[in-house]
Design a binder for this molecule. Structure first.
Ligand SMILES: O=C(O)CCC(=O)C(=O)O
Ligand SMILES: [Fe+2]
Length: 293
């Protein structure tokens, strides 16, 4: 079993030479230590009346995407009731998961809580209005995102803010051993593989890493991941491309990716490789943020 490298903070140079260019994940512990969010964020903070929007949450298996629209404050109350019932030793039914929503587009005020943002770790194309690319997660202990890779074959920068999660990771090279259905969801439960149904799982090199409040986890393109909430949890991520990953994203059409992916990957390629500013491309890209979830 490989272990994920852990660093305290990281410079742009080390990040690209040691991790991005080598397709290796890394856990960065302290890059976000000056963020106000580290102190402020928690269930109560997100219950501000002016932020009480209707949110699409997912019930059941998130890969199936059954949506329920609820007010953010009702969603949070329900999560808290669940956590208390669990603590009391009861067996409450699993709450929905606020999963992959473009919250910073809806509540741009949140941006000031996550500054200084480590823009240097991203390609320049993302520097302008970086918050537009953020997808937000809030869930309970026992939230699960089944094993998959991210649809556009982007790099993923995952920010854990409150509580902790376990990531189970499998390198992109082992995708063909993962019984992937459709384009990107694996049939294997990586936390407890059924080897009689999925014998190739014996050959998998499965890595695990726990992310805690303040951590950033970087995952390279195509890396498979299954994610378990270990407590009440708030997180967000940015899916992002370099010229190289955008070009292979475009080519992924020939490996079975949906047509829509070709469109979004091509758009980002025009940005990161052909340097067309994001203000011209983002209006066309924006629908990706709902498509991905
Ligand atoms: O945190 C989760 O439950 C899922 C995260 C994930 O799949 C991602 O960041 O791409
Ligand atoms: Fe993912």
């Amino acid at each position: 079993m490989n272990t994920v490298t852990v660093v305290d903070t990281i410079s742009r140079k080390e990040f690209y030479t040691e991790f991005v260019n080598k397709n290796k994940p890394v856990l960065i512990k302290n890059q976000t230590k000056d963020w106000a969010a580290r102190e402020l964020w928690g269930p109560d903070y997100f219950k501000k009346p002016e932020w009480n929007l209707n949110m699409a949450t997912k019930s059941g298996d998130v890969s199936k995407g059954n949506r329920e629209r609820v007010k953010l404050s009702d969603y949070i109350d329900n999560l808290m009731t669940y956590e208390e019932a669990k603590k009391a030793g009861n067996n409450p039914s699993k709450p929905a998961y606020l999963h992959d929503v473009p919250l910073f587009n809806l509540l741009p005020d949140l941006t000031k809580d996550i500054e200084p943002f480590p823009l240097e770790l991203f390609p320049k194309w993302y520097w302008n209005n970086y918050q537009n690319y953020i997808q937000f997660f809030m869930g309970g202990s026992d939230s699960v995102t089944p094993l998959h890779f991210d649809t556009l074959c982007t790099h993923n920068m995952f920010f854990q803010m409150v509580g902790s999660k376990k990531f189970i990771l499998i390198e992109a090279e082992q995708k063909d051993l993962c019984y992937v259905e459709g384009w990107r969801w694996s049939k294997i439960d990586a936390s407890n593989p059924d080897y009689s149904k999925f014998p190739n799982a014996h050959k998998l090199n499965i890595q695990e890493v726990i992310v805690e409040g303040g951590d950033i986890l970087y995952m390279p393109p195509g890396m498979l991941h299954q994610v378990h909430g270990l407590s009440f949890s708030i997180s967000f991520n940015i899916d992002w491309h370099t010229s190289k990953s955008a070009a292979s994203g475009v080519m992924s059409k020939f490996k079975g990716a949906p047509w829509k992916n070709m469109y979004y990957n091509w758009l980002v390629f025009m940005g990161v490789a052909l340097k067309i500013p994001s203000k011209y491309l983002f209006p066309y890209y924006k629908s990706y943020l709902n498509y991905v979830s």
